[in-house]
Design a protein around this ligand. Structure first.
Ligand SMILES: NC(=O)c1ccc[n+]([C@@H]2O[C@H](COP(=O)([O-])OP(=O)(O)OC[C@H]3O[C@@H](n4cnc5c(N)ncnc54)[C@H](OP(=O)(O)O)[C@@H]3O)[C@@H](O)[C@H]2O)c1
Length: 327
């Protein structure tokens, strides 16, 4: 239960990963709207990574663009001296200016950029190789995807990366990447309120890891925002873009709160916290699932790692969740 394979790569990872978006701190899009989760305390981020390592979490997911390079730098600092004990995943495709901490409006999908971006990522992480490299552009065109997959195979041959995958919610795109022998995973949005049956079936068919982003529905499934916790004004959830529907007007959107309330008693079975129950749902849902909750503090690392002690929800609980949510 404590470890899973990163799909057909055979790379062993902890069954719980550590999402590093939030520890990147503030950064903005080209219009100045927040893309981060507000200001962060880097010392606390390092403590969170160390707490996770102490509890057996070995899998860390970041991206070059998180905090315009800051997430990779902080993670690199935190894992210095532990490189052989961790599995590092990052992403490329977005462009950004580290000086202004602004993202560009259009991605860079040239095959040549894969190597350029990787070189910068390795430097920020302080390592000479990446375990998993992921295309960060969910809806990049299929023909471009094929070129980028082949560029990744070259990097594998050179020993710069061990495996690669696409962060996409589209099974057709995931299948195209999986034609490459060293494609090991897909990164897919999936949580107890938002199942991803087609993608999970594809992962079973092709032996890909389903790395689950948003496993806590961006904090909604912790329950704290329904109980009055406030969002900072520079948090993306306080000023959500169109795709981010969990929060509205600085609060959890009522339609999502209702769904969460419907399954809360199942998530908190056996004394789990709601967040631990949300992770347990994913482990029960698929043997390929590797949730990567975003973690900002050592306390969050400890609580999320505690979910491993309870293990997955049962099949009967999963069926009950589906019934309660009308699936
Ligand atoms: N396109 C992509 O490839 C993509 C997109 C999204 C995410 N991701 C990856 O997936 C990871 C996870 O997704 P996510 O960050 O969007 O959302 P998430 O994991 O659903 O929610 C994470 C947030 O919940 C709060 N939290 C976590 N554990 C908690 C606990 N035990 N108690 C209370 N609060 C807790 C933290 O924020 P607060 O304390 O501020 O509430 C944390 O940042 C990201 O970090 C990133 O690595 C990738």
């Amino acid at each position: 239960m404590r470890t899973r394979k990163l799909g057909r790569s055979g790379i062993e990872v902890s069954a719980l990963g550590f999402g590093c978006w939030a520890i990147g701190g503030e950064w903005w899009n080209e219009r100045g709207e927040p893309l981060g989760w507000g200001a962060v305390d880097d010392q606390e981020s390092v403590r969170a990574v160390h707490a996770a390592l102490d509890l057996g979490i070995t899998f860390f997911d970041t991206a070059d663009v998180y905090g315009a390079g800051h997430s990779e730098r902080v993670l690199g600092r935190a894992i210095a001296g532990h490189r052989d004990a961790v599995v590092l995943a990052s992403k490329w495709g977005n462009v950004f200016d580290p000086a202004t901490r602004r993202s560009g409006a259009t991605p860079d999908l040239r095959p040549a950029h894969v190597r350029e971006a990787l070189t910068a990522t390795l430097r920020r992480l302080g390592t000479d190789r990446l375990d998993l490299y992921q295309l960060h552009i969910n809806d990049a065109p299929l023909d471009v995807g094929a070129e980028l997959r082949d560029a990744c195979e070259e990097l594998v041959a050179e020993g710069l990366i061990r495996a690669y995958g696409w962060s996409t919610d589209d099974p057709e795109r995931a299948r195209l990447f999986a034609e490459g022998p060293h494609c090991a995973s897909v990164q897919v949005n999936c949580n107890v309120l938002q199942d991803a049956p087609a993608m999970l079936a594809l992962c079973a068919e092709l032996d890909l890891a389903a790395i689950n982003r948003g496993p806590l529905a961006m904090g909604l499934l912790t329950g704290k925002y329904g109980e009055g916790a406030a969002l900072a004004p520079d948090d993306i959830r306080a000023n959500p873009p169109e795709w981010l529907t969990f929060f509205r007007d600085g609060r959890v959107a009522p339609e999502w709160q209702k769904r969460f309330d419907a399954v809360r008693s199942i998530l908190t079975s056996e004394g789990r916290t709601p967040a631990q129950g949300a992770l347990a749902w994913l482990w029960g849902r698929s043997p390929h699932a590797v949730p990567i909750p975003g973690i900002c503090t050592a306390d969050q690392a400890r609580q999320n790692a505690g979910a491993l002690d309870f293990g997955p929800l049962t099949d009967a609980q999963l069926r009950e969740v589906d019934t309660l949510l009308g699936r």
